[in-house]
Design a protein around this ligand. Structure first.
Ligand code: TAP
Length: 453
């Protein structure tokens, strides 16, 4: 039995039967049985069903916002933004079934035609930090391309996924196309990765588990897309609008209590403006509103669990260079205050490992060359930012930093219409935008001979 807890109150909000490996196999069988029917739905009808699903999700918006807020301890404003994006994602991919076009390639003696074929049953494994939003990034393109799926939410945050399964059925998505299995990753998730009838795994989570999934998938040569950890840098040059950079920095690392793969958990600041930047940052951090997630004013809630809080706290030992500290409630709830460490060396643990909490390391640099070297001195490559008023430098540095996504004079990383994903150990493949469809389809090449042999 899984006890689902509200991290802001530590109260049990739901008890759910935990699925086994056998339950996972049953779900895969259902998805496999439903695949030919869903694949063969006319593209216009599949588009219509996805539009209807987007409308049904829209109608349930407040219910989903409340559940996500309670289950993750998210402020309502953050949860609202995520459910808005879920609706938008299904609306966007409803346009895809009728646009999955192929090429015609004239060759000697005939013509080749390419088709974008669905893969079959896909396994979707997601984490607890943005439960339904990250699932939607996978579910919507998977369905649009004609796949069926088994979704495994994180065991601690299953509530919106369970609601999604109900909403999809009510919206007319045929039985067996959408399957949700709530159970431990080491059993349900690992089984999906190894199951011979699962054609692909789309995973978001830690780099450590991503490696296990790749290994499990190797036996059956599954397609794998992975969205993994990050240690993204925001690079602030002396010629930047320092006020704007400092005002934007807290939300870039403290939103979702720092439990965000795109968190700018390193801020690299040119040494000549280092002290000025910190003094601009101080009021923004101290004023960051931490507390009751049900208040519309709140900007940051608690961490997901007591264990996770302990892990986050281990990055701030007694002798850590704490330069700025915000406030947080005493408890109950798994609270941790916004914390700025400065100055930090890029070799320190707080600058190398993903903390996944509201702790940011501020690191000085002397030159553009050094800034690029430090930004790239990490195993990760997910996102980042460059703050400068020089257009040429902005583009030069953005292109030199090894990440899948980077913003100039902004900390925005994700939009439904544009590709998102990591370089290096931050992952494989891209989600969102038209690019995601490439990872849920296989190109088939058919040759038609137009001349007698
Ligand atoms: P993980 O521990 O990796 O868990 C992610 C999912 O994988 C959960 O559903 C988990 O199940 C499951 N899982 C665990 N062990 C598994 C195994 N052996 N085989 C298959 N599945 C398994 O990550 P987390 O703690 O939930 O999330 C934090 C991490 O996710 C951070 O590193 C963060 O950067 C990363 N993340 C990345 C992104 C993107 S887009 N790159 C977005 C969000 C989060 P249970 O937990 O139910 O056991």
């Amino acid at each position: 039995m899984v006890e689902v807890i509200n991290p802001a109150t530590e109260e049990v909000i739901e008890r759910i039967e935990s699925a086994t490996v056998e339950d996972t196999d049953v779900a895969v069988d259902r998805a496999r049985a439903a695949f030919p029917g869903w694949r063969d739905v006319e593209p216009a009808d599949r588009a219509r069903l996805l539009r209807r699903l987007a409308e049904a999700l829209d109608a349930e918006r407040e219910n989903l916002v409340r559940l996500e807020s309670q289950n993750v301890g998210k402020p309502l404003g953050g949860a609202r933004g995520e459910i808005d994006m879920v609706v938008e994602t299904f609306g966007y991919y409803a346009g895809a079934p009728e646009r999955l076009l192929g090429d015609t390639i004239p060759v000697s003696g005939g013509v080749n035609m390419t088709f974008r074929e669905p893969l079959g049953v896909v396994g979707l494994i997601v984490p607890w930090n943005f439960p339904l939003q990250i699932a939607a990034w996978k579910m919507a393109p998977a369905l649009a391309a004609g796949n069926t799926f088994v979704l495994k939410p994180a065991e601690v945050t299953p509530l919106t996924a369970i609601e999604f399964e109900r909403i999809a059925l009510e919206a007319g998505i045929p039985e067996g196309v959408v399957n949700v299995v709530v159970g431990p990753g080491s059993q349900v998730g690992q089984r999906l990765a190894e199951h011979p009838d699962v054609a692909k795994i789309a995973f978001t989570g830690s780099t450590e588990v991503g490696k296990k999934i790749m290994a499990g998938a190797a036996e059956t040569i599954k397609r794998v897309t992975l969205e993994l950890g990050g240690k993204s840098a925001s690079v602030v040059f002396a010629d930047a609008d320092l006020e704007a950079a400092a005002a934007a920095a807290p939300a870039a690392v403290f939103d979702n209590a720092g439990q965000d793969c795109c968190a700018r958990s390193r801020i690299l600041v040119e040494r000549s403006v280092f002290d000025e930047f910190l003094s601009l940052l101080e009021p923004a951090v101290e004023g960051f509103r931490v507390g009751d997630p049900t208040s519309e004013e709140t900007e940051m809630g608690p961490l997901i669990s007591a264990d996770h809080r302990e892990k986050v706290a281990s990055f701030v030992p007694e002798d850590a260079p704490v330069a700025i500290r915000g406030s947080a409630p005493e408890g109950p709830g798994f609270w941790y205050p916004p914390t700025v460490l400065a100055p930090v060396s890029n070799d320190d643990r707080a600058a190398r490992e993903e903390i996944f909490g509201p702790v940011v390391a501020v690191i000085p640099f002397e030159s553009e060359e050094e800034a690029i070297r430090l930004a790239n001195d990490t195993i990760y490559g997910l996102s980042g930012s460059v703050w400068t008023t020089s257009g040429a430098r902005a583009l030069r540095v953005a292109r030199s930093i090894e990440t899948g996504v980077i913003s100039i004079n902004s900390n925005t990383s994700v939009r439904v219409t544009t590709p998102f994903g990591g370089m290096k150990q931050s992952g494989v493949g891209r989600e969102l935008g038209p690019h995601a469809l490439d990872y849920y389809t296989e190109v088939k090449n058919v040759y038609l001979a137009t001349e007698e042999d």
